[in-house]
Design a protein around this ligand. Structure first.
Ligand code: LLP
Length: 464
């Protein structure tokens, strides 16, 4: 008999397992819990044709596992949706802050995506991965002079965020070619997501205030050192509502009209990212197509109404491209029963490899990779191993009975996990493997204790 795990994964077995979705291959990757290639074989979880417990034996624990097919499929869905619904030119940029490393940038690049970078380090990684500079867009509210110079010299697009940056760019541009910029504007659009990941409301550190719009357009139109080609906005992250992006698209077309009144012909419009994903069964984000379509429609209608040519439409998804493609495998260790209160089960990682629960109270789901068909009889709290009471990965997880050595797989960890990982308590950061068609390739080496002290300096007088 084939039934469906809460993760949407098909498996054969006789146990009842609650369902999130009926098996539906039309779900967009951002609407699933497990990667698209997840299968259960003899009670064991496979991803990308690789048995997860074997991956942990081979590459160690904890382990980030990235499913290539899920990532590529999300890239393709974005690209195809823009092709289908937008008559003008479009370019999807991968917001690499979600997971920036050589292999991920190379995959996004090979799928025809450009890359959004938010620091010199992300820019360096994208360039080293072979992404051509004209497809890189550099963001940030306080880029240093060195970062700006690096972006100018490499030929990346710069998304100018504030007056200080515009002035610095004018100075740095010197006599070289004009610097290709977009302007980041604060749209004043609110959305319902965690306050730390909302960026489009007026009280945001990002972008020019809407009250400055005229002055900004007037300024850049007078600067031969600046080649302003477009506008950018980003309203937040993990958004399920559809209206804010519709409103944003309409507002941004008004910006194009205003820019034209200053003699600026802006040909690029970048709506940012923000589409949410399913972390738990009750999360119900729009599919990639459902997110793209209204944005395209609103822009086409507004441009027709304003008699403007269609701009090149850029978007910058991060989470919805990669979150579901990634899982983290941990090994279960100690446990503690607090009578009548809760049972803690501890794993060999925690807030250093996934700081999202402690930072945003984010919720996750987990499965036990070596007990996929066992009944979910236990309600336990998954604790990390850090010296911090708040280091809890999942509260009240529904799991089968576990024992030390079992492999716990936390789902939806492809975005903002590795990229926000730290060495708190001097834990070496985990390795990451890319899985596809039964093959696993290391894409990030596990840090070693030597790596941890690589940057340490011991002054001569302290040596014993
Ligand atoms: N573009 C810009 C300018 C952004 O600031 C961001 C995310 C994105 C695109 C991509 O947004 P996405 O499609 O991933 O929602 N660390 C937080 C998320 C911070 C998002 C920051 N900016 C988290 O773990 O939830």
């Amino acid at each position: 008999m084939v039934s469906t795990h809460p993760t949407g994964v098909k498996h054969s077995g006789s146990q009842y397992l609650p369902q999130k979705h009926s098996t539906n291959s039309n779900l967009s990757p951002n609407q699933q819990l497990l990667p698209l290639t997840a299968r259960v074989h003899h009670d064991l979880l496979e991803i990308g044709g690789c048995d997860v417990t074997t991956l942990v034996q081979q590459f160690g624990s904890p382990l980030y596992i990235l499913d290539e097919e899920t990532l590529r499929s999300a890239c393709q869905q974005y690209r195809n949706a823009f092709k289908q619904y937008y008559k003008g030119e479009s370019q999807v940029l991968y917001a690499s802050k979600a997971w920036n490393c050589l292999a991920v940038c190379a995959i996004a690049n090979s799928e025809g995506l450009g890359i959004d970078v938010a620091s010199g380090g992300e820019l360096y990684t994208a360039i080293t991965a072979g992404v051509s500079a004209e497809k890189i867009y550099f963001h940030g509210n306080n880029k240093s002079r060195a970062e700006l110079l690096y972006a100018i010299e490499s030929g990346a697009n710069i998304v100018a965020d504030n007056w200080y940056e515009l002035q610095t760019l004018v100075e740095l541009a010197g006599k070289q070619q004009p610097v290709r910029i977009l302007l980041r504007l604060t749209p004043g659009i609110d959305c319902h997501t965690h306050e730390y990941i909302r960026t489009g409301h007026l009280d945001s550190k990002f972008g020019f205030d809407p009250g400055d719009l005229d002055q900004v357009f007037a300024f850049v139109s007078q600067q031969p050192a600046l080649n302003c080609v477009g506008v950018h906005a980003h309203i937040g992250s993990q958004i399920f509502e559809r209206q804010p992006h519709r409103d944003l698209a309409a507002l941004m077309v008004q910006w194009l009209t205003k820019a034209a009144s200053y003699g600026l012909t802006l040909t690029e419009l970048d709506v940012g990212g923000g589409l949410g994903i399913t972390y738990i069964e009750s999360d119900d984000p729009p599919s990639i197509e459902e997110w793209v379509k209204p944005i395209c429609e609103v822009i086409e209608e507004a441009c027709a109404a304003e008699n403007l040519p269609l701009p090149k439409l850029l978007s910058e998804p991060g989470r919805s491209l990669i979150a579901t493609a990634g899982v983290t495998a941990y090994t279960i260790g100690s446990s503690k029963v607090v009578p009548d209160i809760r049972t803690y089960i501890a794993v060999d990682g925690g807030l250093s490899d996934n700081p999202r629960p402690i930072t945003y109270q984010s919720v996750y789901r987990a499965v036990v990779a070596n007990k996929m068909s066992a009944p979910l009889t236990e309600t336990v709290t998954i604790a990390g191993k850090h010296c911090e009471s708040g280091d809890i990965l999942i509260k009240n997880a529904q799991l089968p009975k576990t024992e030390p050595g079992d492999i716990l797989v936390v789902m939806g960890t492809g975005a903002y996990n590795y990229s926000m990982a730290s060495n708190y308590n001097r834990l070496p950061r985990p390795a990451a493997v890319l899985v596809a068609n039964g093959e696993a390739n290391l894409i990030l080496q596990r840090e070693t204790y030597q790596d941890l002290i690589r940057q340490d300096c011991l002054p001569e007088r302290l040596k014993s």
